[in-house]
Design a protein around this ligand. Structure first.
Ligand code: AHR
Length: 521
């Protein structure tokens, strides 16, 4: 049925959408860590995306490249996960400390080439300190041992005269690092050791028992899966050890599907919509993970969900090219919609790490020799920054649909038993800061051909005194930033005149938008 043309508050006669924000309907605190990052010894991510060494004319601090650090700082990057990924379960941390000339070269069995170990624990923590981010270390379960993980924790977090704590001091770091977040293996169902969920649960219990005993202040992330069966069987085996889990992780890639999604910069309108339509599968996985952890832990422990790898993995990113791909406005629109999803589930989604920060997959920065450019996805993180630490509010959207489910969706994705939802043009999230002074609204218009007037109603309590508006868009949804055109896609700020508790806002086709509204009661 064609949608009716309704008159917006503004009097405009175009198709308009409605957004209702319940100022007293609080759904959770937006954990800053949902805007987290991930770096791995893979392709050109760490060398030279993060680490350029000290003997170079690329501006660096102790070998860490300053332009990338500055980019991280400007988005307040809250947490960085390292050293992998698949790499984590073959990594022996002891190889990466001490005098660089004595560090062994190892084979990177996952991503090829040799690992020089120039970038190790001390360099990683230094990176995090320069950025202002929390370090998140993923320990080696697959080819490692609880003893090795305990020694790593001791190296990072202990004071005193125990041998690994002293080793850190001898390496020039007198203060403990106090690393709070520790992952117990990576994708243990796959590259992390091909475990089954019950065997992994046994390993998890060993690692977690000792690590938590050695330092009860740390938070542990268990390796979950986008398979109900894995999560159920793992959690069932941990039923009596719930106190050992702080987060259950899932990974979600919109994974190399040339036919359905097209390529990184070369895709049809239909493929653009297919990619965005499939965000609902990530929502399904989040809901499944939440209901499983709630079922096994309710009333005993509040376990969070960490989507500690996510992003678009285009067919152009191969092991041979170090998983390098370009990143268009389409990817940014996807990232914004995914962040809206994390905000919607902020009651339980407490961490997320886009894969990967530099030169790999859905990067926020791309480097070439001395130069660094920021991708459209980077600007989404900059735009969404004011949501960090705020209180997520119910945001109800009424919007035209841009893509209906089809039979092919069910067949091609082999998800025959799932109910699929139409893709709405407009997607939104809202949060208010704890003292109720500022309301942040982020709105994505996923339509390829229509601008919309959005009628926004704030329910109860407050009026808007003044507002700021910023958006990311471009004439073409296939636009991207490259070394010869670094500012093709970026944030543009525009004046808005907004007052009261009902107002209209016009947003452009294929755009990501943010309103910051100052409130008075
Ligand atoms: O991010 C690339 C790889 O994807 C990671 O190493 C692995 O965890 C995932 O499968």
């Amino acid at each position: 049925m064609p949608e009716a043309h309704i008159v917006c508050f503004s009097g405009a006669m175009g198709r308009c959408c409605k957004l209702v924000i319940g100022l007293d309907e609080r759904i959770g605190v937006v954990d800053p860590n949902i805007f987290g990052h991930f770096i791995e010894h893979l392709g050109r991510c760490i060398y030279p995306g993060i680490w350029v060494g000290r003997s170079t004319d690329i501006p660096n601090e102790d070998g860490l490249r300053m332009d990338v650090i500055q980019a991280f700082r400007l988005i307040d990057a809250p947490i960085i996960r390292w050293p992998g990924g698949c790499f984590a379960d073959t990594y022996h941390w002891i190889d990466g400390i001490g005098p660089v000339e004595r560090r062994p070269r190892r084979i990177n069995i996952w991503w090829g080439g040799e690992e020089t170990n120039e970038f190790g624990t001390d360099e990683f923590v230094k990176l995090c300190r320069l950025v202002g981010a929390e370090p998140y270390i993923c320990v080696n379960v697959g080819s490692g041992s609880p003893e090795e993980a305990l020694a790593w924790l001791e190296y990072c977090n202990r004071t005193g005269d125990s041998s690994y704590a002293k080793l850190r001091v001898e390496n020039g770091h007198s203060e403990p690092y106090n690393v709070k977040y520790w992952g117990i293996g990576n994708e243990s169902w796959g590259c992390g050791g091909s475990f089954d969920p019950v065997y992994y649960a046994w390993e998890y219990r060993r690692f977690a028992t000792f690590l938590k005993q050695a330092d009860p202040t740390i938070k542990l992330i268990a390796c979950g899966h986008t398979s109900t069966d894995w999560n159920l069987r793992f959690m069932e085996s941990l039923r009596n050890f719930i106190h050992l889990i702080d987060y259950l992780s899932i990974h979600y890639y919109f994974f190399r599907n040339l036919q359905r999604y097209g390529g990184d910069i070369d895709f049809t309108d239909e493929q653009y919509l297919n990619l965005l339509f499939d965000i609902q599968h990530l929502e399904y996985e989040i809901k499944q993970a939440i209901s499983i952890v709630d079922f096994f832990s309710e009333g005993r422990k509040d376990i969070g969900i960490a989507v500690d790898e996510w992003g678009v993995w285009h067919p152009q990113a191969t092991v041979e090219n170090g998983l390098y791909q370009q990143n268009t406005l389409r990817d940014a629109i996807l990232a914004a919609s995914v962040l809206n999803l994390f905000i919607k589930y902020s009651r339980k989604v407490r961490m997320a790490n886009i894969a990967q920060a530099v030169n790999v997959l859905q990067s926020i920065c791309l480097t070439r020799d001395r130069e660094t450019i920021l991708t459209p996805t980077y600007y989404v993180f900059q735009l969404y920054r004011p949501h960090m630490g705020s209180i997520a509010l119910r945001a109800e959207v009424e919007s035209p649909v841009v893509r209906e489910p089809t039979r092919e969706d069910l067949i091609s994705l082999q998800r025959v038993r799932r109910k699929l939802e139409p893709l709405k043009a407009i997607d939104a999230s809202a949060s208010i800061d704890p003292d109720g002074a500022n309301l942040v609204i982020t709105l994505v218009n996923r339509s390829l051909d229509e601008d919309f007037d959005i009628d926004i109603t704030l329910v109860r309590g407050y009026d808007v005194r003044e507002g700021e508006f910023a958006s990311i868009t471009s004439k073409n949804v296939r636009s991207y930033n490259d070394f010869d055109m670094p500012n093709n896609v970026r944030i543009v700020e525009e004046p808005v005149d907004i007052k009261g508790n009902r107002f209209s806002l016009n947003i452009q086709k294929h755009s990501i938008n943010r309103l910051i509204l100052k409130l008075s009661s």
